[in-house]
Design a protein around this ligand. Structure first.
Ligand SMILES: Nc1ncnc2c1ncn2[C@@H]1O[C@H](COP(=O)(O)OP(=O)(O)OP(=O)(O)O)[C@@H](O)[C@H]1O
Ligand SMILES: [Mg+2]
Length: 318
């Protein structure tokens, strides 16, 4: 697969603080890629480097084969970025804003495409409104539109759905999905993990400036298969043999001798020995619920460093 984005040993320092600690990552052409991580992990720092908005302290980065520093203009042309922060010029209308962006990239005859993008993002009736007259969610839609004006082969979206209503989320993902099927490479950061799970074919997780997991989404889910078993038991405390499976949860409680606990099952087959242990201890199950592993569960566990020793899951930067 030809790389759309190639990041090699990128370090980013702000004074002495290292926001990125040697990140290496290759995203192939046509991928729908998720870049996940908690607040402050370094996602936006990495995207700023990819977009040529900030310089790496060390390392190099290419977009569609163009170095983001040496070939800045070509690299920038290959890329559409939806920034996390709402930045716009309040004196222009939506349409003018998009025409200006088209002009910046030297795109001619952009009007029909601008009209289509506005339509797809539900902005048609706001096309001639001033930017300052838009609501927050609508401003974000304009940022998305701006990133698409020059039809870049690589589209990077830094939390595009923060503060965006359900309907736009759906239409946005439909539109972005269509662009992806047409061959555009998509890179997405989001804190909505169910969005990432549904959309992204491959995911990198960043933690404190390092890649701590890098794998196809289906592998991540499979490697953490099993699930979380919630029980209400008549026999507090939980039998000693099961304590090690216990996950601390905010909702844990013991009320009138009934204990609510959550256990982590590595595999569904692990359910049998749990039930056997409860039976042996003379425990009655008042209530039981088994939830599937989802990306949120995977994320929490990766962030607790439970995935860090699996070489297959690590990025090349460790
Ligand atoms: N211009 C800057 N000067 C100093 N420190 C910065 C600067 N920009 C980012 N940082 C720091 O670098 C770290 C990574 O920030 P970054 O914005 O990349 O995180 P993020 O993963 O995008 O987080 P979020 O999910 O909150 O958007 C943070 O500790 C942040 O405080
Ligand atoms: Mg960010």
């Amino acid at each position: 697969m030809k790389p759309a984005i190639d990041i090699r040993e990128v370090v980013k320092r702000y004074d002495r603080f290292e926001a990125l600690r040697s990140v290496s990552l290759t995203i192939g052409e046509g991928e729908f890629f998720g870049l996940l991580g908690p607040n402050g992990a370094g996602k936006t720092s990495l995207i700023s480097i990819i977009a040529g908005l900030s310089r790496a302290s060390e390392g190099a980065c290419e977009v569609m084969g163009y170095d983001v520093v040496a070939d800045f203009r070509q690299a920038r042309r290959m890329l559409g970025v939806v920034p996390q922060e709402l930045v716009f010029d309040p004196f222009f209308t939506v349409r003018e804003t998009l025409r200006l962006t088209a002009g910046y990239y030297g795109v001619r005859g952009a009007d029909p495409w601008i009209a289509e993008v506005l339509e797809r993002l539900g902005l048609s009736d706001k096309a001639d409104s001033n930017m300052r007259a838009l609501s927050g969610g609508m401003k974000r839609r304009v940022l998305v539109a701006q990133a698409l004006v020059h039809r870049p082969p690589v589209i990077v979206l830094d939390e595009p759905t923060a503060g965006v209503d359900v309907e736009l989320r759906r239409t946005l993902w439909e539109f972005i999905g269509q662009l992806n099927r047409a061959g555009h490479t998509i890179v997405l950061t989001t804190h909505y993990l169910e969005e990432a799970q549904e959309l992204c074919g491959r995911i990198a997780m960043l933690k404190a400036g390092r890649i701590v997991a890098l794998a196809p989404t289906s592998d991540l889910l499979r490697d953490f298969s099993g699930g979380r078993l919630t029980l209400r038991l008549s026999c507090a405390p939980l039998p000693a043999g099961l304590q090690q499976l216990r996950v601390a949860a905010a909702a844990d409680s013991t009320v009138a001798g009934v204990e609510r606990v959550q256990l982590r099952l590595e595999r569904y087959e692990s359910l049998e020995p749990v039930l056997a242990a409860l039976r042996e201890a003379g425990c009655r199950i008042e209530e039981m619920e088994l939830a599937h592993t989802d990306l949120e569960e995977v994320f929490v566990r990766v962030m607790q460093q439970e995935y860090g020793t699996d070489a297959r899951a690590l990025g090349g930067s460790q």
